[in-house]
Design a protein around this ligand. Structure first.
Ligand code: FAD
Ligand code: DHB
Length: 391
């Protein structure tokens, strides 16, 4: 058994864990990141793509935004279609915008930054177990290349996603779970074809939801709502593009260029909040703490905000001996998280086809979308939630 020490033991090298270790190191706080998967696996995952302005500001502060500032696509509006009706929500009237930049690229930038500063990232670590989180000296036990290790920590950050080990270290009589599981998933395709439109198109259609997003001006990321038990293998590229075309307004469908998929996967949709986010010296951040359905593109943005808040709280502890921010972390983060949960659940409910939907349910959905198209107040509320910019 080998033994070592660090100030903050971080489980998970997704965006949450990597960004936390970066922000801590910039403030002179030592951390070790333990990741179950290989570096290549983590770098190969295709996930989110839309960053709020506040997220970009935090990434700049972390010194990882040089390429994002160069290559990210700044969008000042989004199209929300209902059948053949196309409506654009304009962000610029509210001085708001979002930046389209893939999570894959962000992960790459974060890893480069960690390597450049000599950060400790340990990949292919098995059987991570949390010990003594209620004590002053918690520890992480793990196995790597057949050798047992014990890492003594002052704090543990659970950044290990929805299926990680950290949330399970909170006793069941303390941990409260709030959850909604949706009866459908999203089938996503990445392809080297130009996007159908310069801005994202969210489409609510009789056949189900569809989304045309992008990673660059020559690379598209598109989604269609699918059944939960759908098998990716049953979706040829042609079937995917035909289904997407059928759900878009004609003008967008006519512009759709198709090509071989570079990646194709199905993600189930879930709303999930764990409470509290702190137990003793363990703090949860990102998908370990909450899941939003992807419809509002909030998942990655929430994770980045959690991490900024946690980093600031740990910095106040180490530099000023102040624990107020650590003590307030769970309650403060949960207020922000619930607001994003509300928005994501609402947007999911108005855009998707739910099994057993009646004509009345559809009428309500269309009225919600009409209101968004015609009411300045509804648009302002949407822009505030979607872009994360307080108006
Ligand atoms: P993760 O990115 O999940 O990182 C957690 C890390 O911890 C992983 O690397 C994992 O391997 C590691 N880990 C897990 N368990 C252990 C363990 N026991 N020991 C050590 N390491 C462990 N959001 C959007 O906004 N739009 C999208 O389109 C979108 N698509 C998504 C598609 C999928 C399939 C998924 C899963 C998520 C998607 N999200 C999307 C959400 C967004 O990607 C997440 O909110 C974001 O990745 C959260 O970052 P994180 O670092 O908290 O968690
Ligand atoms: C993407 C994903 C989303 O969930 C979303 O709302 C917008 C864009 C994307 O992967 O590009």
């Amino acid at each position: 058994m080998s033994a070592s020490r660090t100030q903050v033991g971080i489980i998970g090298s997704g965006p949450s864990g990597l960004l936390l270790s970066q922000l801590l190191q910039l403030a002179g706080i030592d951390s070790v990141v333990l990741e179950r998967r290989s570096r290549d696996y983590v770098l190969g995952r295709v996930r989110a793509g839309v960053l709020e302005q506040g997220t970009v500001a935090i990434l700049r502060r972390a010194g990882v935004a040089e390429r994002l500032d160069r290559e990210g696509l700044v969008h000042h509006g989004v199209e929300i279609a209902a059948g053949e009706e196309r409506r654009r929500v304009d962000f610029s009237a509210h001085a708001a915008s979002v930046t389209v930049y893939g999570q894959t690229e962000l992960t790459k930038d974060l890893m480069h930054a960690r390597d450049a500063l000599g950060g400790t990232l340990l990949f292919e670590v098995d059987e991570v177990a949390l010990e003594g989180v209620e004590s002053e000296r918690p520890a992480l036990r793990y196995r790597r290349a057949g050798v047992e290790h014990r890492l003594e920590c002052e704090f543990i950050a659970g950044c290990d996603g929805f299926h990680g080990a950290s949330r399970k270290a909170i006793p069941p009589n303390v941990l409260k779970i709030h959850e909604r599981v949706y009866p459908f998933g999203w089938l996503g395709v990445l392809a080297e074809v130009p996007p159908v439109s310069p801005e994202l198109v969210y489409a609510s259609h009789e056949r189900g939801f569809a989304l045309c997003s992008m990673r660059s001006l020559v690379r598209s990321r598109c989604y269609v709502q699918c059944a939960l038990d759908d098998d990716v293998a049953a979706w040829s590229d042609d079937r995917f593009w035909d289904e997407l075309r059928a759900r878009l307004p004609e003008a967008a469908a006519a512009r759709l260029q198709t090509g071989r998929s570079l990646e194709k996967s199905i993600a189930p949709l879930r709303s999930f909040v764990a409470e509290p986010l702190r137990y003793g010296r363990l703090f949860l951040a990102g998908d370990a703490a909450h899941i939003v359905p992807p419809t509002g593109a909030k998942g990655l943005n929430l994770a980045v905000r959690d991490v900024q808040q946690l980093a600031d709280a740990l910095i106040a502890h180490y530099s000023e001996g102040q624990d107020d921010l650590l003590d307030a972390y769970s309650a403060t983060a949960l207020r922000r998280i619930w607001r994003a949960e509300r928005f994501s659940a609402w947007l999911t409910s108005v855009l998707h086809k739910f099994p057993g939907r009646t004509s009345f349910d559809r009428g309500i959905q269309l009225a919600e979308l009409d209101e968004l198209a015609s009411s300045a107040a509804a648009q302002a509320a949407f822009v505030e939630s979607y872009t994360g910019t307080p108006l």
